[in-house]
Design a protein around this ligand. Structure first.
Ligand code: GCO
Ligand code: MG
Length: 405
């Protein structure tokens, strides 16, 4: 018979960092989970779900995933945007989770079945000096990773985004009000080629090396950096310039053979349509949590495959283990998988979320026999970790004006 949605709950918890979790219950007693975490703006999504989406879902047939997606996308008149699309993502993930549980199959089976045994996965290596950063990469390689992203403090700047603070592990949003970071393009451009050369000189070319520019360069500066980095044969150079200006990537692509990755702040296929169809990028970085869920990510990844673009789903600690599971189920099934980012999670997150994917020798693997997305959520544990206000930093140039990041 049909499976009707009987309850909709939104849980915001903070086991080490904030997560927005959607729970859907159905008449057949199944529970589906979805992730709607939007770093630094969590409560806006929680309200969108609670106040505007929950009333629409009650009584709906949970098996009609595609139709419910259209209902939530076309229905409100107002389309796209991170809050709307993260909310739709959570519903869509929860519906795929329910569909898998009803079928007794992991979601990747519903997506066409397994295409690979394990996923090349990259963690972050960071350092306050070049030596620290090289040592950090070496440590990651010893853990078994075949790919590593490296960021290090830019000499002459008081702090650099993407690098751990003190002894704490790097966590994007870690302050009650936005941290004010400082930026200098000349200092950055002077430093990064030296950093990457040292990594290759000391550790060789036997692994995929990645770097994230966090949207801070102009197209001309980005092209220069891409060229300087060509001898280090990067796996990718990420987010070189703010990508709402898709056409800015045409000259960069034409000017360097360093592969380009973009997309973690995108929320729909329309944000990357030109980037992909013109082949201006090599990897698409969208996260299932921010891009309308599995239903819409599949379209983006199919468009990408058609144009020789591979996946590199966003996987920082601010995508919850549910959203990571959604990435992982897509990753194992699609033909054009590239790499999966995995930052790991704060220890307390494991009290709330248990997953059927796991890290083995630096590669993510997912079980064959756990139905749905394979994530279980302990709501009592979640209650022990109430929401904590956290902001991402802002980025200012040395003259005090705001810069992109
Ligand atoms: C990445 C990202 C993160 C983001 C963070 C913002 O590549 O993992 O750039 O470091 O800055 O997810 O919320
Ligand atoms: Mg990034």
């Amino acid at each position: 018979g049909s499976r009707t949605i009987t309850d909709v709950d939104v849980v915001v918890c903070s086991p080490g960092r904030n997560y927005v979790t959607l729970r859907l219950g159905t008449t057949d007693g199944l529970v589906g989970w979805g992730d709607a975490t939007l770093n630094g703006r969590e409560l806006a999504v929680a309200s969108y779900l609670r106040d505007h989406v929950a009333p629409l879902l009650l009584g709906k047939d949970a098996s009609r995933i595609g139709d419910l997606w259209q209902y939530l996308y076309r229905g409100p008149y107002w389309r796209r945007g991170p809050v709307t699309m993260a909310s739709i993502s959570a519903v869509d993930q929860a519906l795929w989770d329910l569909q898998g549980k009803a079928a007794g199959m992991p979601v990747f089976q519903l997506l066409g079945g397994r295409a690979r045994e394990r996923l090349m996965t990259y963690p972050h290596a960071t350092g306050h000096s070049v030596e620290d950063a090289v040592a950090s990469v070496a440590g990651r390689l010893e853990e078994g990773y075949a790919a590593v992203r490296v960021q290090a403090s830019v000499p002459g700047l008081p702090s650099t985004y993407g690098v751990h603070v003190g002894d704490e592990a790097y966590e994007p949003a870690h302050t009650d009000l936005p941290d004010e970071e400082a930026w200098s393009t000349p200092l950055y451009l002077d430093f990064v080629p030296r950093l990457m050369k040292r990594v290759r000189d000391e550790l060789g070319f036997g692994f995929a090396l990645l770097h994230d520019g966090h949207h801070r360069l102009s197209p001309t500066e980005a092209t220069w950096l891409g060229r300087e980095l060509e001898p280090q044969r990067l796996f990718w150079l990420e987010d070189v310039t703010p990508a709402e200006d898709q056409r800015a990537f045409a000259p960069i692509k034409a000017g360097t053979t360093t592969p380009l990755a973009v997309g973690e702040v995108f929320n729909s296929i329309w944000d990357c349509q030109e980037l992909i169809s013109n082949r201006w990028i090599d990897y698409i970085r969208c996260a299932t949590t921010h891009t309308g869920g599995i239903t819409h990510m599949r379209r983006i990844l199919d468009l990408a495959d058609l144009h020789g673009v591979r996946s590199g789903c966003h996987g920082p600690s601010d995508v919850s283990p549910i959203g990571m599971a959604a990435n992982v189920h897509l990753d194992v099934a699609i033909p054009n998988f590239g790499v999966q980012e995995f930052m790991g999670y704060p220890d307390a997150a494991a009290e709330v979320f248990t997953t059927s994917y796991r890290l083995v020798d630096g590669h993510l693997e997912v079980d064959d026999d756990v139905p749905g997305l394979g994530v279980e959520v302990d709501l009592e544990a979640a209650e022990r970790y109430p929401y904590v206000r956290r902001y991402l930093p802002v980025n200012r140039r040395l003259d005090g004006s705001m810069h992109d990041w």
